[in-house]
Design a binder for this molecule. Structure first.
Ligand code: 5GP
Ligand code: ZN
Length: 116
């Protein structure tokens, strides 16, 4: 899938509506349309990169920003102390279905481990 057809690129551009939580120059965060927990957010880079496999040493700041945005959301939403889970699914075996890298942030219930 190329960038023009990417649903998350369309969300960033406002062509597909989303429930925005946070945005800055590097990242965009919004509510997952099919929540797997009482609170479920996605943090995505504004630049289109299909998966973690496309990141390299030049992306250290961007990767840090994605993770720190998750922490910021956790703190602002008030689930930082009870805890939460951050997940990046990569590729077929990782269960990735949208091919624009995204960090899942799940909270609001005790999550089981290991995942299925
Ligand atoms: P993946 O399986 O690729 O790790 O996760 C993709 C996530 O994107 C899923 O949790 C799915 O619910 C979410 N998602 C897919 N399409 C949309 C959409 O159009 N809007 C929003 N907000 N989330 C979406
Ligand atoms: Zn994209």
């Amino acid at each position: 899938m190329n960038q023009e057809d990417c649903i998350f690129c369309k969300i960033i551009k406002g062509e597909i509506p989303s429930n925005k939580i946070y945005e800055n120059d590097l990242v965009y965060a919004f509510t997952d349309i099919n929540p797997a927990a009482p609170q479920h957010f996605l943090v995505i880079p504004k630049v289109h990169k299909a998966s973690l496999n496309e990141f390299d040493d030049n992306d250290r700041e961007l990767l840090g920003e994605i993770l720190l945005t998750a922490k910021k959301i956790a703190s602002e939403k008030g689930f930082d102390q009870d805890g939460y889970r951050t997940i990046i699914n990569t590729g077929k075996d990782g269960g990735q279905t949208v091919h624009h890298l995204h960090l899942h942030v799940l909270a609001g219930r005790a999550l089981t481990w290991p995942p299925g």
